[in-house]
Design a protein around this ligand. Structure first.
Ligand SMILES: Nc1ncnc2c1ncn2[C@@H]1O[C@H](COP(=O)(O)OP(=O)(O)OP(=O)(O)O)[C@@H](O)[C@H]1O
Ligand SMILES: [Mg+2]
Length: 338
């Protein structure tokens, strides 16, 4: 909890102008009867970011997105989308927002292209004269050109998911909201969605993408928020989120005991799995110690170890992975792709 407070304080210090936020919520809450699905969250999604909205199953991601898009009413708090109040000014924001929400619905008896034409014609801002071009371009972007004439009922889950993304991309958007866009996709499809998100972001569109699979989106995000049982437990730039964990020194050596003594002399207390044999055929051990920012430099540690006769096989200074951080924040295992 203290970590949450720290991150929130940092966000305050950054003092982001509300006008620079694509999505901003204050104390946003959604209850279903006695159950609180979203519990007073303060989201701050900077314009131009690729924002990962992460959290395990049931943590409130879809519910938050439904409220943001006006598909469900909040129980409390407030939200702004592209600077417009939700829900009172939604009509002003929505033409500039593309969205893919859990299980997009399509007419099964219409082809993929015809489904998109139908959706496009329902958009009163879309010029009918250029409809076919928009539909063809959207299908091309998601790699469905070859299946344009195929009936949607014959689409695989992954193809339906792509058609949903195509629908969200029919017109240029300032904000793209994707709820678990990689659901049902194979690794290749997942890579394609990632590169599509990168391309959309490169055009200046803010992308808000939810996932329960950290590894699937972490590599393309500039920012992230982590949900846990309806609450926001961390939020910020990826660097901030990574940086809040202390650096650790990892050493592999056959001289574990000596290494530990020498580290202690340098003021580093080995906390890692000292004595644990990493290679059953050798006597090597992995030694791990936290390193304060004002602690000894990495090269001085190596020099001291070698001087003391510690044979260093590998040496590494690293921040804990995002995954380590998120597991620590949510107190439970995060589904990890692969
Ligand atoms: N219409 C509803 N009525 C009652 N409870 C609901 C409703 N929609 C969601 N919930 C509950 O709210 C909680 C949050 O659900 P939500 O779908 O927002 O989670 P999620 O983070 O999107 O999960 P997932 O990763 O599985 O998609 C869950 O406990 C869910 O059962
Ligand atoms: Mg969901």
């Amino acid at each position: 909890m203290t970590e949450t407070a720290t991150l929130a304080d940092e966000a305050d210090e950054a003092d982001i102008d509300p006008a620079d936020l694509a999505i901003a919520t204050t104390g946003l809450t959604k209850r279903f009867g006695h159950q609180t699905a979203v519990n007073g969250i303060d989201l701050a999604v900077p314009r131009g970011s690729v924002f990962g909205f992460l959290g395990p199953n049931g943590s409130g991601k879809t519910t938050t997105i439904r409220v943001l898009l006006g598909l469900a009413a909040a129980t409390g708090g407030s939200a702004r989308l592209l600077g417009h109040d939700v829900p009172t000014e939604l009509a002003q924001a929505l033409p500039r927002v593309g969205a893919l929400i859990e299980g997009p619905a399509f007419y099964p008896f219409l082809s993929g292209a015809d489904n998109l034409r139908r959706l496009d014609s329902a958009d009163r801002y879309a010029d009918p004269a250029t409809r076919d071009q928009r539909v063809a371009r959207a299908l091309e972007r998601v790699g469905l050109t070859h299946a344009a004439k195929k009936k949607a009922r014959a689409y695989s889950l992954g193809m339906k998911q792509r058609l949903g993304i195509a629908a969200a991309l029919l017109t240029p958007r300032d904000l793209l909201v994707l709820d678990e866009p990689t659901n049902g996709l194979d690794p290749q499809g997942t890579r394609e969605v990632r590169s599509l998100i990168r391309a959309v972001a490169a055009e200046g569109t803010t992308v808000f993408v939810s996932s329960h699979l950290l590894a699937e989106v972490a590599q393309i995000c500039t920012h992230a928020a982590v949900m846990h049982v309806g609450s926001l437990v961390a939020q910020g730039s990826l660097d901030d989120l990574r940086g809040t964990g202390a650096r650790v020194v990892r050493i592999t050596t056959p001289d574990g005991d000596l290494c530990r003594v020498e580290l202690a002399r340098l003021g580093l207390e080995a906390t890692g799995p000292v004595g644990e044999v990493t290679e059953p055929t050798t006597d090597e051990v992995a030694v791990e110690a936290p390193l304060a920012d004002d602690g000894p430099a990495a090269e001085d540690i190596v020099a001291a170890l070698v001087r003391a006769g510690v044979r260093v096989r590998s040496f590494d200074v690293d921040r804990p992975s995002l995954e380590d951080r998120f597991v620590a924040l949510t107190g439970e295992g995060f589904d990890v792709a692969r």
